[in-house]
Design a protein around this ligand. Structure first.
Ligand code: UDP
Length: 364
């Protein structure tokens, strides 16, 4: 039996793992041990995904969260190393670009355990993003680089990765969207509860440090969303970090009397429901940008750049750096009612199966 040890810790990783873990078990001859670092720990940022997406509870939970990047990553590194020494897996699998990703990859590489990186090759070329540092380092020490897009594969080639390490499979989030998202066909009551009509609200999410840690940018986002909410309601499920910053900066007061509805983070199925029926999505999330396209909803990305450039090129997404509230308001107005070109960007929805088959074939 081949033993794969997966390290995860953040919301988008639980969602991606729902497809890949199922495929790993399904392929036969493989066993998966899951380590949750604890990076996301609130019930609505973690537990809800395991129950909704029918995932087994992780065998380990390190309970590490909060604090600065160095301390958090260092504690994870030490905790994961101990588990690796005990479990002796044949490979360690990590997703995306969080501190949990880097800690898992680094702990494994130092013990000469080969690393599997799912969602390899993404680049923003902005080294001030903690995510960019995590992805570049993880890719460098990974044996299997499973890429979601052609652009990601090309980035890896440009950086000198050998072609035999680069394995284009498509995007596992598309697999999840097809598997679970397709079940959310009509409103499950979320829209009624929020008092909004299908096609008549903007959905917003904000969690990137470059926005939450910069009062000018966060202020511009709040003003633009408040402005937009005069004509179309805005539903904003607040990431815990964003809520804390808004509270500290007293930015919530201005929102209170507007058409912006601040709600707690929602589960994946509720999120899909909100995405599918939105008139527009404004976000700085990587996953949500893609989901907007999956559900054919125009998207405004609240960032200076994106890793998912093909969404911008095909007209489904537009970049709106949140430096100025007025420019952002214009971008939102302009995007409402638009559509991109008919394109197929993220594979066939079988990325997880391809990953599992390849690992089963390569590891004995
Ligand atoms: N998501 C969710 N509930 C929310 C907000 C987001 O289930 O309240 C889901 C969303 O549908 C997507 C994923 O979380 O699948 C994106 O995660 P996040 O924005 O935290 O991270 P990123 O994709 O930017 O790495």
């Amino acid at each position: 039996m081949t033993k794969i040890l997966t390290v995860l810790g953040a919301r988008p990783q639980f969602i991606k793992a729902s497809a890949v873990s199922r495929a790993i078990i399904g392929v036969g001859g493989m066993q998966e041990i899951v380590v949750h670092t604890g990076q996301h720990f609130d019930a609505n940022m973690s537990e809800v995904f395991f129950s909704e997406l029918a995932m087994a509870t992780p065998q380990y939970n390190l309970g590490i969260h909060g604090g600065r990047h160095g301390a958090m990553t260092g504690q994870m590194l030490a905790g994961i190393e101990e588990i690796l020494l005990k479990e002796e897996p044949q490979a360690v699998l990590v997703y995306g670009d969080t501190n949990s990703t880097l800690a898992g990859a680094l702990a494994a590489a130092k013990l000469h355990i080969p690393v599997v990186h799912v969602e390899a090759g993404l680049r923003s070329f902005n080294m001030r993003m903690p995510e960019e540092i995590n992805r570049i380092l993880t890719d460098r020490i990974s044996t299997w680089l499973f890429t979601p897009t052609d652009v990601a594969a090309q980035h890896l080639r440009n950086e000198g990765a050998n072609d035999d390490r680069i394995i284009p499979v498509g995007d596992v989030m598309y697999d999840v969207a097809l598997h679970f998202g397709a079940r959310v066909k009509t409103t499950g009551g979320m829209l009624d509860r929020l008092g909004v009509r299908p096609g008549d609200y903007i959905l917003a999410t904000v969690h990137r440090a470059e926005n939450t840690d910069d009062p000018v940018r966060l202020g511009a986002i709040v003003s633009a969303l408040t402005h937009a909410s005069r004509t179309v309601p805005v539903i904003w499920p607040l990431h815990p970090r964003t809520r804390a910053v808004l509270q500290r900066g007293r930015l919530l007061d201005g929102v209170a009397d507007s058409g912006v509805r601040l709600i707690d983070p929602v589960g994946y199925l509720e999120m899909v429901e909100l995405e599918k029926h939105a008139a527009l999505i404004a976000t700085d999330s990587g996953g949500v940008q893609k989901e907007a396209y999956f559900y054919q909803v125009p998207c405004v990305t609240l960032r200076d750049e994106t890793e998912w450039v093909e969404l911008v090129e095909s007209g489904w997404n537009r970049l709106a750096p949140p430096k100025d509230a007025e420019l952002l308001s214009v971008a939102i107005q302009e995007a409402l009612g638009t559509r991109g070109r008919a394109v197929s960007l993220y594979g066939k929805g079988d990325a997880a199966d391809k990953i599992a088959s390849r690992l089963a074939a390569d590891i004995r």
